[in-house]
Design a binder for this molecule. Structure first.
Ligand code: SF4
Length: 72
């Protein structure tokens, strides 16, 4: 069982940006652990996986005191 503190909403790779859809989910965000996963057409941007703040996975990393550092 994973605790709520290990959920996507508390992960360094969670991005609150709702960029994959015009209809954003209330508690959704983008997982930035891996690169975008698909590119629908040659001139389209790749899509970042959309996750819920309450989701989780085995790559969870706690946010640092200074904020996001993984891609900086
Ligand atoms: S899917 Fe995993 S790596 Fe991505 S935000 Fe959630 S816990 Fe973090």
């Amino acid at each position: 069982m994973v605790s709520a503190s290990s959920a996507c909403g508390n992960c360094a790779f969670f991005d609150e940006h709702h960029g994959n859809s015009a209809a954003a989910t209330q508690d959704g965000g983008l997982c930035r652990f891996n690169p975008p996963v698909t590119q629908p057409t040659a001139d389209a941007h790749g899509l970042w996986p959309v996750v819920s703040e309450k989701d989780w996975c085995g790559h969870f990393a706690p946010e640092t005191a200074g904020g996001m550092t993984a891609a900086e």
